[in-house]
Design a protein around this ligand. Structure first.
Ligand code: PLP
Length: 386
């Protein structure tokens, strides 16, 4: 049966642009503006704008509860959270990481004077392949920085086992993984630290923002000092810290966003389900990682455009764009192909065949809470009609 036939024909199937407005791969979720005004009024009344004010404290508490973690340190963005996580654990030398991610993952290493060592990804999850990590370990290796790519959990147990065997630290780039759980609880509890991003394009946004999940109060205290120039009190500075503090306005928005997050995740799930159901049977198109009944966050909807599909991935990307649909080739190019990395021996394509292939085939389709189901159906009709 042609499943597309049951899709409501909300728009004439004539190949024209679906909507007057372009459809982007994501659109930030925003709460009703009126609901934000009381928060702003409170900030105006207290005149506390930053430096760990009441909104900041409340958001830390609320996030610990929502995410099911013990300690969290808020940041002004995810990249500074990553940079500071590396500083907090005094990571030096070489760090094993994935080439298949947003460029900030590796940039945070270079900014800390650390040499990234790229290891290939697993062909099913597109996360760092634990089976390939050991071969990349040298006497200089101090840590592993994996990414829960698209919000799909890494093989956390296999990674921890290697880390324990070789006395390495593990810092997860969990920028995609807000709210994701496994059987034992939050995915963010794994490793030594996890860094989150609350950027506008992420599942949970504070316009700009980020956080580090810390295992204990002592680590959080050190990270709180590092994000505030290394200050301990008015006259004591214990480390060359940075300004990584989240402002009260961003924290207030986060508090309000939390009221809507479950609704937003549910809506993403419905879109994910619809894509999967209607894309099934289109020759040459494969969907990645069905979360099934696990607690996922449906942050992205990656498909793989294989050789059996009539168009190349890039031709489909451009075709969709011409029809007003802006999909994204996350992650192409690979981080290891950017000029500041490609001289590294680990950046060579022959070392990263799975990642290189993924970067050639992947296309992330639009997914966000306010995306109209008729647009989803139209995108699928477009893909099916080539
Ligand atoms: C978004 C993102 C970051 C950076 O977060 P910002 O908040 O934009 O600084 C880091 N790593 C990954 C994998 C990301 O997707």
């Amino acid at each position: 049966m042609n499943k597309l036939a049951i899709a409501t024909p909300a728009i004439a199937d004539d190949g024209c642009a679906i909507s007057d407005r372009p459809i982007y791969v994501t659109q930030p979720h925003l709460p009703p503006l009126e609901e934000f005004i009381p928060y702003l009024r409170q900030i105006w009344d207290t005149k506390i704008l930053t430096n760990g004010g009441p909104m900041h404290r409340q958001l830390e508490e609320a996030l610990c509860e929502y995410l099911g973690v013990e300690h969290i340190a808020l940041f002004n963005n995810g990249t500074l959270a990553l940079l500071t996580a590396l500083q907090a654990l005094r990571i030096t030398g070489e760090v094993i990481t994935t080439p298949y991610s947003f460029v900030a993952t590796a940039h945070s290493l270079l900014w800390n004077g650390i040499k990234p060592v790229f290891v290939d990804i697993d062909p099913h999850t597109f996360n760092l392949d634990p089976a390939k990590i050991e071969a990349a370990i040298t006497p200089q290796t101090t840590a592993i920085v994996p990414v829960h790519c698209y919000g799909h959990p890494c093989d956390v147990e296999a990674i921890q086992k290697i880390a324990d065997n070789y006395n390495l630290r593990v810092i997860y780039d969990a920028a995609h993984a807000f709210g994701v759980r496994d059987a034992g609880g939050s995915i963010l509890r794994h490793g030594d630290l996890s860094a989150l991003s609350f950027h506008a394009t992420k599942v949970f946004n504070t316009f700009e923002g980020g956080a580090i999940i810390c295992p204990d109060a002592k680590t959080k205290l050190r990270i709180d000092q590092l994000k505030n120039f290394g200050y301990v009190d008015e006259v004591t500075v214990v480390a060359p810290g940075i300004n990584g503090k989240m402002s009260e306005v961003n924290a207030a928005l986060g508090l309000l966003q939390l009221n809507y997050i479950d609704q937003a995740l549910e809506r993403r799930k419905q879109i994910d389900r619809t894509y999967r159901e209607l894309l099934e049977g289109i020759k040459g198109i494969r969907c990645l990682n069905d979360a099934g009944e696990k607690r996922a966050n449906y942050a992205y909807f990656p498909i793989l455009v294989g050789h059996e599909y009539p168009l190349s991935r890039d031709a489909l990307y451009h075709g969709l764009k011409d029809a007003g649909i802006h999909s994204r080739r996350y992650f192409h190019p690979l981080i290891s192909d950017f000029p500041m990395y490609r001289g590294l021996s680990s950046a060579h394509r022959s070392n990263l065949p799975v990642a290189a292939n993924a970067a050639q085939q992947v296309l992330c389709l639009p997914i966000y809470p306010d995306l109209d189901m008729s647009v989803v159906e139209h995108i699928i009709r477009f893909i099916a009609a080539q």
